[in-house]
Write a new protein. Structure first.
Length: 361
């Protein structure tokens, strides 16, 4: 049995110690013969034992003393800084957004070594892959609408209570382009949903969108369909009808049907609410608008050809729609109620207002 076969079955340290002690008794040549190894090997371990004692018989790292291609310390510090400020962004998103000149593997290694990995939330339902179907849609033909309760966001909730910030976010996202708009509400009512629709549709119309070709899709929340036990349409549905927009609803308990706007909510939470602080309501609204502009005009989407919503928009037929369609300042829709009621009265010579609107007014 050779020396190299021996070390597989015995502690390397013990075997080397035995070999060194044997060499002192019978010499290097005889020891090499008995252990079926080279004299150089025996001499190496004798010399290490002489210089370092028992420690000299332990394995040494074979890592090179210098690594020419190792990521510079300054770049590692930059990656750590970016990850700490954007804890939900993975290596690919960090590289793409900040144009880092190192590989995604290197970024991932730096994140792991810095202890900045993050356990991802489980997604119990797999999103439907509708990319090919989406490509057949016109620019702003299909828009998903949803409401997000912000009170369960750990970083936002204390600021919401102290500064009196809004609790609800009303969101819309174009399925074909990926661009999004959002506004806020103090209460989750069908009147506020109608105010958001009125605010958004007015903007789309002014931007050149043919609203007769637009479809709004929502879930079956009471803010969108009202009380199903009562006859008649909700304020939200009436508002869509007044603009000539078609309204479709997803099946109950089927959130993946609204996956684009649901994803939009997740991105906003990770990239905005989880990392920002505000001195007052004015700063909050300013930062919200800055995020929306960045999302629509600058943020590249990995699942849409690494393109921004604006770049996708410029690459598809969009009639005479202005690129400014993606620039709509977030507002607190509760505050739009007087103007909305005044416009309804001027158009219809008196407008029936539901109990939810009366309570806000």
């Amino acid at each position: 049995m050779t020396y190299y076969q021996m070390i597989k079955g015995v502690s390397k340290f013990d075997l080397r110690l035995q070999m060194v002690e044997r060499s002192r008794e019978v010499g290097i040549r005889q020891t090499a013969r008995e252990y079926r190894t080279t004299r150089l090997t025996v001499r190496k371990w004798r010399e290490r034992y002489r210089q370092e004692g028992l420690r000299g018989l332990e394995d040494r790292s074979r890592a090179p003393h210098s690594i020419p291609h190792k990521t510079p310390k300054e770049m590692e510090e930059r990656v750590i800084e970016l990850r700490e400020s954007h804890p939900a962004w993975g290596p690919e998103r960090l590289k793409l957004q900040f144009e880092l000149p190192i590989s995604t593997k290197a970024i991932g290694r730096i994140i792991r070594q810095a202890g900045l990995t993050r356990r991802r939330k489980k997604k119990w339902r797999k999103k439907r892959d509708l990319r090919e179907a989406k490509k057949k849609l016109r620019a702003l033909e299909f828009i998903q609408i949803d409401t997000k309760d912000l009170s369960d966001i750990e970083r936002y909730w204390p600021q919401m209570r102290i500064l009196g910030l809004p609790r609800y976010q009303l969101s819309a996202r174009g399925v074909r382009i990926g661009g999004g708009w959002f506004a806020y509400a103090k209460e989750n009512t069908t009147t506020n949903a109608a105010l958001f629709a009125w605010y958004l549709l007015g903007h789309l119309k002014e931007s050149g969108v043919d609203l007769s070709q637009v479809i709004f899709q929502t879930d079956n929340g009471s803010e969108f369909i009202g009380n199903p036990m009562k006859k008649g349409k909700s304020a939200f549905q009436e508002e869509l009808e007044s603009f000539g927009v078609k309204h479709v609803r997803i099946p109950p308990s089927s959130p993946t049907w609204n996956s684009d706007v649901e994803t939009f909510h997740g991105l906003i939470e990770d990239e905005f609410y989880d990392i920002e602080d505000y001195r007052d309501g004015g700063e909050f609204m300013g930062k919200a608008w800055a995020y929306q502009l960045w999302f629509n005009y600058k943020r590249k989407n990995r699942w849409r050809g690494r393109s921004t919503p604006l770049e996708i928009f410029q690459g598809v037929p969009h009639e005479e729609i202005s690129p400014g369609v993606f620039s709509l300042a977030p507002v607190i829709v509760d505050q739009l109620l007087p103007t909305w009621l005044e416009e309804r009265e001027s158009i219809q010579g008196g407008y029936h207002v539901g109990s939810s609107a009366k309570s806000i007014g």
